[in-house]
Write a new protein. Structure first.
Lengths: 227, 188
């Protein structure tokens, strides 16, 4: 009997999670709809004045993206925990940190990537100049990644808690503050016409950190929650 | 919750963990599966503590809990394809013949959520069979099964033991396993 290799097991888990997500459309579209809604409200509430919108654009895009991604975070492990499939994954003989990494990546594909893809649209509606679009996309690509891999730890820890979403936000939001600061700063600098490389590099460093340490912390958190 | 429990099993043996509700049958099985750490004491597999050789132990273990561990939105076939696939390579025909064996082949392309409780239990048992593990830990495997289903599961457990495997199961009712007299471990 051939045991499944690491990559193949990861691929299977990834495709399983995507398939499950697409059979529950409303859950997939929720973050991106929220993102679009919040960012459309700002021009209506503030003023349609381009110069004024441009001033707040970086902050609005980033805060909205962060909160939308946070909305979906709770569901990363929840259903697997409730129907017992998480137990089976723990017992699968595959390293749990690897499975946690794959699940976080699948979660990002479903909830983070749509935000990245729609962000140029949102940025344009907030009068962000075309020259800054690449920075918006790049910063959100890293930022949503950070939130998924870092948030997985919180999602794992709060599994056993009923209505853990408030607790989850309290746990995860403070940890994402550095990403918010550097990300919004990068976009702001790009809008002003400056070179945004500095904060982007720092954001990249945060991403690497959460990608490499996050899965191990998540696997420990899951073990604690399942006892 | 449990104290002074001493239990062992050798190849070809079926151990029946019995006892009234709330005496810790599930707890015991979860500890044995390594899902719950024991406050004191150790679980050994092939003479080595399962805490030390987690992955080796897991590779030889098939666990069926109270929950069937099925995804309601996936079809019966997909549930096995993914659920067993993360552990070992398996072919579609293998899945189909197991589904047929368990009498649920016509549910192949139905989402698990529309199956009846008994059919879901049969599907969960298909996973146990397909995993090809040496040790089966089954928590109340007969829940929701009809008479034929109980007979079928008993035969499967008997076949597994006859092939040199071992099974630990918690059940309320007496066991009637063809060819094997289960050893009773009573909790109180």
């Amino acid at each position: 009997m051939q045991t499944t290799g690491l990559l193949k097991a990861g691929g299977l888990l990834y495709s399983r999670d995507l398939r499950l997500a697409f059979r529950r459309w409303e859950q997939v579209t929720q973050p991106v709809v929220f993102f679009l809604m919040v960012t459309t409200l700002f021009p209506l509430a503030l003023s349609p004045e381009q110069a004024q919108l441009r001033q707040v654009a970086a902050g609005v895009v980033w805060v909205a993206a962060l909160l939308s991604a946070l909305l979906a975070l709770e569901f990363m492990f929840r259903s697997d925990y409730e129907d017992g499939t998480l137990e089976q994954l723990v017992l699968s003989g595959q390293p749990l940190w690897w499975l946690a990494l794959v699940k976080a990546f699948a979660h990002w594909t479903v909830s983070g990537l749509p935000l990245v893809v729609t962000s140029p649209l949102v940025a344009a509606s907030l009068a962000v100049p075309t020259g800054a679009m690449m920075t918006v996309v790049a910063s959100l690509l890293l930022g949503t990644g950070i939130l998924s891999f870092l948030g997985a730890v919180g999602a794992g820890l709060t599994l056993g808690v009923r209505r853990g979403s408030v607790l989850l936000s309290l746990l995860v939001l403070p940890l994402t503050m550095p990403a918010l600061i550097f990300g919004a700063r990068a976009v702001d600098m790009a809008i002003m016409g400056d070179e945004p490389a500095g904060p982007l590099y720092l954001l990249g460093a945060l991403f690497i950190l959460s990608l490499t340490l996050g899965p191990f912390a998540t696997s420990a958190a899951l073990k604690v929650s399942m006892e | 919750m449990l104290k002074g429990v001493d239990l062992d099993a050798s190849p070809g043996e079926v151990v029946h963990v019995a006892g009234p509700n709330g005496t810790g049958k599930t707890t015991l099985l979860r500890v044995l599966a390594g899902l719950l750490p024991a406050e004191g004491g150790e679980v050994y597999w092939r003479g080595r503590s399962i805490r030390r050789d987690r992955d080796e132990y897991n590779a030889e273990l098939a666990y069926l809990g109270h929950e069937n561990a099925l995804k309601g939105d996936l079809t019966a076939f997909e549930n096995l394809h993914y659920g067993v696939g993360v552990r070992r390579d398996l072919s579609g025909t293998e899945i189909e013949s197991t589904l047929d064996h368990l009498g649920i082949l016509r549910c192949r392309d139905l989402p698990a959520r529309v199956l009846s409780a008994g059919q879901r239990r049969r599907l969960a048992m298909s996973r146990i069979l397909l995993l090809g593990a040496t040790l089966w830990i089954l928590d109340e495997p007969f829940t929701n099964l009809d008479v034929a289903g109980v007979g079928l599961f008993s035969t499967l457990i008997g076949d597994h033991a006859a092939a040199g495997g071992m099974a630990l199961l918690a059940a309320h009712q007496g066991l009637d396993i063809p060819g094997i007299q289960p050893r009773l471990a009573e909790l109180d």
